[in-house]
Design a protein around this ligand. Structure first.
Ligand code: NZQ
Ligand code: ZN
Length: 379
């Protein structure tokens, strides 16, 4: 076993925890309070942030879209520069938080910060960032990953940087009461796929990683089975907790990871606008079937320890599909409005991003990607 793991994000979990930000942000820090299109004005988060910042100097920037773009975040960058902002407070879901991770890094960079996304530069420094989470899904609130899009080129890219960890994350599930069923199910399936990308690879001997990943899976399956309880605080706070744990990369520390489903899903979002969670469920089951020779042993382990199914990998994959269907999420690309260029589009994007041999063994080639998408379209 060998790994390095340092997660510096302080987590404040529970109702009313937002008040902690008055002390978590120093009084002399000038804050840019960043959010989306107003959901935070309906669930109380906006008022609570304003109250918590009553003794701070702060500015607001709104309008960060789902799948945040550099075009939008560069407008926020102008305010950061003009007002000498030195703390960014992101209030929203993964998109606002990711947009702010980019913004915090861009503020300390002389060139065009898209360089971080296309890999031509690495983040060397960033403004301090705090997150108030209102949508449970990505885990972005306490990880070092940033996913940002560029509208002008239809690209959705990502980068990792240890400068991107928020200093703190407020996880108060009462802000989730305004989420739609679609958003709740998107979060559930996104976390399911996050666990899968770090677990459904090849057998390992790291008992903690496997055991904890299986616990997270069982929690998600239980929430799916109790879908009728989704409007309860208990259900929502458990989803928030599991989503957070599924992608703080602890279960990925020291084991090989896949991430092919995400890389394919990001292209489906870039070209066809699928919600992030939904872009994954049309890929994962088909990828598992396509890569069954390499993933078979872990699929079998997961099936036994999560679903109680022994020695029948196809039945396990079908159970995963049933879990997604049970929360109203489709598993076929043909359920969405795509065109006959989908395979070509994904392959071309992969070619230009250099994703020629991805997956835990570097065996998910462009041909495999085409096979996976073909399975999804024709299933
Ligand atoms: O704009 P407003 O009005 O705030 O509405 C937002 C927006 O429409 C709404 N929303 C947020 N909280 C709400 C709410 N509506 C009602 N009640 C609330 N409490 O939800 C929409 C925004 O959702 P978004 O932030 O896009 O969702 P999510 O958290 O799923 O984030 C998805 C983005 O994160 C990226 C995805 O690719 C996508 O761009 N990812 C980031 C990761 C990371 N940084 O670790 C990993 C993930 O795998 C993922 O790739
Ligand atoms: Zn995801």
């Amino acid at each position: 076993m060998e790994f390095s793991y340092h997660n510096p994000t302080a987590i404040e979990f529970g109702e009313g925890k937002i008040s902690a930000i008055s002390n978590l942000i120093k009084k002399d820090q000038k804050v840019l309070f960043v959010y989306g299109f107003g959901s935070i004005k309906k669930n109380g988060a906006y008022d609570q942030v304003v109250k918590a910042l009553e003794n701070h100097t702060f500015f607001e920037f709104s309008g960060v879209e789902a799948n945040p773009t550099v075009e939008t975040m560069n407008k926020a960058l102008e305010i950061v520069k003009k007002e000498n902002i030195n703390f960014i407070l992101a209030v929203g879901g993964g998109s606002v938080i990711d947009g702010c991770k980019y913004l915090a890094a861009a503020a300390k960079y002389d060139g065009d910060a898209w360089d971080f996304l296309d890999g031509t530069a690495e983040v060397q420094d960033a403004l301090p960032l705090g997150a108030v989470l209102t949508l449970a899904a990505t885990g972005s609130e306490s990880n070092n990953l940033t996913v940002v899009s560029r509208k002008s080129t239809n690209e959705k890219r990502l980068y990792f940087s240890n400068h991107s960890y928020p200093q703190f994350a407020i996880l108060d599930a009462s802000f989730m009461s305004t989420l739609s069923d679609q958003q709740l199910s998107n979060g559930l399936v996104d976390a399911f796929v996050h666990v899968s990308e770090q677990y459904l690879t090849k057998p390992n001997t790291t008992l903690v990683n496997d055991g904890y990943a299986e616990t997270l899976y069982r929690g998600l399956v239980k929430l799916a089975k109790r879908w009728e309880d989704r409007r309860t605080y208990l259900w929502q706070e458990n989803l928030m907790h599991i989503c957070n744990q599924a992608l703080n990369f602890q279960i990925g520390a020291g084991v090989v990871q896949d991430w092919s489903t995400h890389l394919i899903g990001h292209e489906l979002t870039a070209f066809y606008g699928l919600d992030h969670g939904r872009s994954l469920t049309v890929v994962l089951p088909h990828l598992l079937r396509e890569m069954i020779d390499e993933k078979g042993e872990k699929i079998a382990q997961m099936g036994e320890n999560v679903f109680g199914i022994k020695d029948d990998n196809e039945a396990i994959i079908q159970k995963i599909e049933e879990t997604f269907h049970s929360v109203g999420v489709a598993t076929k690309l043909s359920d969405y409005e795509i065109d006959d260029k989908v395979i070509e589009n994904v392959q071309n994007a992969f070619r230009s991003h250099g994703y020629l041999e991805i997956g835990e063994n570097g065996t998910v080639t462009l041909e495999k990607v085409a096979n996976i998408l073909t399975r999804s379209i024709s299933s």
